[in-house]
Design a protein around this ligand. Sequence first.
Ligand code: ADP
Ligand code: MG
Length: 489
Amino acid sequence: MWKNTPLISQKYITQYFNSNKTCGKLHQKVIYYFEKEVTVYNVWKNVLAEIEQKISAANFSTWFQDTSIVSIEDGVVIIGVKNSFYVKQLRSKFLNLISDSLSKNGVEFNEIEFEVQTKTKSKVRPREVTASEVTPIKKHIKPIKNSLLSSNGLNSKYTLDNFIVGSNNDLAASAAKSIVDAPGTRYNPFFLYGGPGLGKTHLVQAIGNELLRRNPDFKILYTPIADFYSDFINSVLKGKGNEFSQKFRTLDCLIIDDFQFIVGKEKSQEEFFNIFNALYQLNKQIIITSDRLPNQIKSVDERLASRLAMAGAFDLQLPKFEDKCAILRSKADLMGAKIEDEAIEYIAENVNTNIRDLEGEFSTILLMSDVRGLTPLELINKGAVNVSHTSKLRPTSTKQVIEKVAKYYQLTPEEMCSKSRVANIKTARQVAMYILSKEMSMSTTKIAAEVGVKDHTTVMHGIKKIEQDLKLNFALRDQIDEIKEKIYG
Ligand code: ADP
Ligand code: MG
């Protein structure tokens, strides 16, 4: 019931209440009940949407598909899961992520607990609640605060020690080591680029953590560029624009993630440029990640692009077979998980997209192995797992995909990525979203930016639509196969 509960809007509840005014207390209780469930339901929906952006599709569907919030009461968030293995895994791997996302969605809490929900037990226990029970929830849902003014954004799980160095990332990793030895000197600004899931966030977070470990008084701030924007705007609205600028200008190290999302928000870009210059002149360390080079980001201000171009850019490449095996072996050691070398090699061989997918498949196999009581290799030999993440595309070939899809539908990329709702243009756009997601494992937020749609929900809807159509529409299947052939050429 929990997952399938249609979203009952506040408006509906109010209407319901108004039309039954005379019915008194009972209806008030019904309303309290709905308010409570709807609030909690919405919060979890938002938390999941956020988590989905941060981890691989495989990881998301393995670990989060069947979760729910059972309750948020007295500072304790209880999350419902399928079985106890999930409790172990969610706690060890995703607790920080869940905790960050809950905070970002305005939930105040001291503790997160997990509860195994048996199939027969409804995830929401329908019962009447009284006003006194509802109040504590409201108290725990607070407006989103200005997070950049109050936290450094670092996540301690990312360290240089657990960043495995291989032929795909050795130059970037050695630059990272120089930065922690002598911040603000040789590699400043440090520009790190590479496709999704290749370790950009991990490496720059690790630099931040190591700098802080060596210099506890250092003022460091990590933020995705999108959060920089929203916090800047919020601060200005709250009359705290100066406080925001000041906070940034006093930093010893500023880490900006996913810089490709810098868009034409002029005032914020100007503010960023000013902060960048101020820090740069003071020889403070600036670290920026992006999925492409500065001159390939359309909306970036020319002055800023040329400043960034002065810094040498370091890239992260797709890992080779040996790199992948080393990463998996190290993850297994860290988790204390038992997995045969052949099983590791099988996963490494079959995941050719990125490290995020590699981790996702690895977790899935460990989970299945636990649930079925077979070793990972036994599972693989029985044909019980089907690992396949193959992309012959280079991670930076988004443009190529867009061009090929547009051309196939006899459109220009601009026409296809316009706001047009003409049927064939809309279909072409949705096919592009589908291919970018399936073949390049791009996040829906990134796809939205690439194909010029409003936000990730439009992309999710587009991909779902194509998936649905593909079940019955054989012509569409052929079209997509043909497009893929053209892309892989
Ligand atoms: P990006 O920011 O480039 O999209 P992330 O930094 O989020 O990628 O990396 C995706 C996942 O892969 C993370 O869980 C990260 O810890 C892991 N990962 C990436 N590179 C490495 C590496 N060299 N060693 C260990 N884990 C890695
Ligand atoms: Mg990242």
